[in-house]
Design a protein around this ligand. Structure first.
Ligand code: RIB
Ligand code: CA
Length: 320
């Protein structure tokens, strides 16, 4: 089955892995990319999204520019030391040529959902600002979407951008709390599983060996991101393709372990950005912060090796 998806992305090397996986897979019909600040500022992430549709041979897929900052407070800032100054590992890049959509990302999401009611799954793999804007501008959006599959959050693990916060949540916790509190079928594919999924040297070589423009870009971009992992995690070899794990979940949910619980996003102090799941006893307490919140499907674990093999298979046409 082929599923229509919009990827809301802040490219980012792992975003590139995810977007090219989506274009390569017969499981997805990418009906749009929307950009968001995050790993790099919005001008850079938007240009990278434009490059992606060109390199994938799909200049017909619309790219809509999104928010340049969080809803309420100043951004924590970009991370060029992880993704390179250009967001793509300082790979040599040509100027993008495809025109941007005239619509803001939030409006593009709504209009696309209206055009295909019940068919589109939204896959946010960056800060959740565009998604919060879309649902606040158009409260009927949840009823128009098939599903929302978010890469972000950490229910039972420490953060990666701070002791408490996962990067996508920490950029805009206020937006994230809106998105996780909406009444729509939402799955959180967060660090509880994505930290366990890595691509090792042989897998990176297999992806890089494919003689196609997306793979050539990945071959040039992935080493910088890989160095961040190998320099900072003792004994670790390879990289974590966080954003691609959300797409793997859509293709093979049977490879994942999940629980259903309401979530809140921490707003304060060192825990800002932490996603907190509630157990029944939390909900039973008077004034529970989770009162009235919908259940979210939370990925808590899974078959990390099979997930990594699936990502590689999609990016190599099954040749690896
Ligand atoms: O925590 C991982 C997430 O943060 C990924 O989406 C990565 O691209 C960064 O945005
Ligand atoms: Ca991302």
């Amino acid at each position: 089955m082929t599923r229509k998806i919009i990827i809301d992305t802040d490219p980012g090397v792992d975003d590139a892995i995810a977007v090219f996986m989506a274009f390569a897979s017969s499981g997805f019909d990418v009906v749009g990319l929307t950009s968001i600040y995050g790993n790099l500022p919005i001008d850079i992430t938007t240009d990278n999204a434009r490059r992606f549709v060109e390199l994938a041979g799909r200049p017909d897929v619309p790219v809509a520019r999104g928010a340049d900052r969080p809803l309420v407070v100043d951004d924590i800032g970009p991370v060029p030391f992880i993704h390179g100054d250009n967001g793509l590992g300082n790979a040599e890049l040509s100027d993008p040529t495809v025109e941007l959509s005239a619509l803001h990302a939030a409006e593009f999401i709504y209009q696309t959902a209206l055009a295909f009611p019940g068919e589109v799954t939204l896959v946010p793999v960056g800060p959740l600002t565009n998604i919060a804007l879309a649902v606040r501008l158009h409260p009927d959006l949840p009823g128009l979407l098939d599903e929302v599959v978010v890469m972000g959050g950490n229910a039972y693990s420490p953060g990666n951008a701070s002791p408490g916060g996962e990067a996508n949540m920490l950029h805009d916790p206020e937006a994230a709390d809106i998105v996780l509190g909406e009444d729509w079928p939402l799955t959180m594919v967060g660090l509880d599983i994505t930290n366990a999924v890595s691509l090792d040297h042989a897998q990176l070589a297999a992806i890089s060996a494919v003689d196609l423009p997306p793979n050539k870009l990945l071959a040039a971009a992935m080493p910088f991101y890989q160095r961040f992992y190998e320099d900072n995690l003792e004994g670790f070899e390879g990289l974590c393709p966080h954003d691609a794990v959300a797409l793997a979940y859509m293709l093979r949910p049977d490879l994942f372990e999940t629980v259903k619980k309401p979530l809140r996003v921490e707003m304060q102090g060192m825990g800002r950005g932490k996603t907190w799941p509630a157990d029944p006893y939390h909900l039973s307490q008077p004034g529970s912060p989770w009162a009235g919140r919908p259940e979210v499907t939370i990925c808590t674990g899974g078959d990390a090796v099979a997930i990594s093999e699936l990502i590689v298979a999609e990016l190599t046409g099954g040749t690896a």
